[in-house]
Write a protein that binds this ligand. Sequence first.
Ligand code: CUK
Ligand code: CUA
Length: 643
Amino acid sequence: MKVNSSKLFILTASVAALTSGLQSCNSSSAGSASTNDAASKVYVAPGKHDEFYNIVSGGFNGQMSVYGIPSGRMFRIIPVFSQHPENGYGFSEESKPMLNTSHGFVPWDDLHHIALSTTNGEHDGRWAFGNANNTPRIGRVSLSTFRTEEIIEIPNSAGNHSSPFITENTEYVVAGTRFSIPLDNSNTDVPINTYKDNFKGTISFIAVDQATGHMSIDFQLLLPGVNFDLARAGKGPSKDWFFFSCYNSEKANTLLEVNASAKDKDFIMAVNWKKAQEYARAGKGKKVPVKYAHNVLDEKTHTATSTMINEVLTLDPKDCPDMVYMMPCPKSPHGTDVDPTGEYIVGSGKLAATIPVFSFAKIQQAIASKNFDGSYDGIPVLKYDAVLHGEVQKPGLGPLHTEFDGKGNAYTSFFVSSEIVKWDIKSLKVLDRVPTYYSVGHLSIPGGPTKKPWGKYVIAYNKITKDRYLPTGPELTQSAQLYDISGEKMKLLLDFPTVGEPHYAESIPASLIMNNSKKIYKIEENQHPYAAKGDNQTKVERKGNEVHVSMTAVRSHLTPDNIEGVKLGDVVYFHVTNVEQDWDVPHGFAIKGANNSEILIMPGETQTLKWQPDRIGVFPFYCTDFCSALHQEMQGYIRISPA
Ligand code: CUK
Ligand code: CUA
């Protein structure tokens, strides 16, 4: 926030005040569509569907959420790294192991980036990946069930920000550490000011099984102690490469501006991942001891299991020539984005007054000529001028992230000057600019990071909303803004508030979701050990001081609904199976005094609520989800007697 000078803010704010007054009579100069025009473009009539599904990161909320575009309506919150009492995620016995880590149970995180799976560089609607920034992890959400199916922890990492970006066919998801640290298996109790000697950066390449989506860390690159910020894989001609922005090339252990921004340029690191993969296969790597959790949801039992893994294969660029190169990039690059053709790589130096655009063809020539600009910790540095396609001059202040419309245009967000700037990738000419309200972070164009953007809209995710909404206490909502980019000039259509702090988001056509969506879990396929697939299978079983209740839920009763024979000191597990035949009738279950949430059970599945009664008495339980006219009748009692 330091760089967002108040003067600038006042400037944008007054432009905003001006435009809101003028927008209906003078739309083009303000970048806003006229009110009627805008309303008709975002209006989705009752009963009609949105054109795109926008999967938005929840920031410090630790979830993803799903919005309709162009309406901006929120459809669903998908918990990934945070417990979610609404559906019992992270509370039910089945889902708790999903949040296990080498540090134990970690029920919160900070999710910044979404990566939707692609095939041949185009969205395929299979999975959404998200990163945990704080306790390094990657989560994978199924886009057919909208559930988190897998979470893998990343060892030798601290601040998993440069993640989870994917290769063209979702072969790999990457995880680059923001904080360099002493590696897990080294002496980690070192003075912080020995950073330069003891701290390392790493990038993990996580292989994705194409049939199941299951992730495994294939190898990890051991790199200089810079801060990796963001990344993008190449596509088309550059598809074997990955590009990572890095700041703090000074390797300072305190990032007061004088330290971290002392140098004129930081780097974008180019990694030939195909080559890295070959080195890994050829035995060039070294297995090192680490400890990390790998949590997978079983399809048949809907139960997550957590496995601890004890080693990782590391590759050192010193042993692997022609694998990693550094490209100088003006000051503190944040985003690095690759255009749909795969030829242009756009850097965004937060503290630079230009947008550098690199050419993949030139990078290849520079590597072939071996005419380097020295090396950085043994990694060859390419000459800036040799790899540069050109710079967009004076585009705005504080460039962060760039998206593409597939028509040769790039759209870059400017945090400090609160605007989106549209420019031509080939000529580097600025074509248009519109204000955002205010301090925009990421942008998202449907299909924007793929080979085939759908174009049509750009969505800005803003950090600050100031006067856009009535204050809800000192905490205002974060928000998104939708702009029409179908014409030459961008036009603001809609503001919509978001849940949590949105960072990156991706949109795909609703049809992709419709085709892949899973509607029902077949009860015949339910292999949960405590499933009761009909009232005749319900039971109350004692195992020592554990009492397992196999219960059914169906409109409009819970069976059994009178439970006795349980004593204080027992631990009760309510295993509730929803035996509905209709796909859209979930039931809930909650009990008085439980230090837990409810559970929400989809038709065909079994979910378990654990409860330790704290006193003698008769306790009511009930269905929490209004499921039929006899919903209130879905209730029962459990009696707790003295031990
Ligand atoms: S970051 Cu949020 S505005 Cu964490 Cu991708 Cu750039
Ligand atoms: Cu079942 Cu309400």
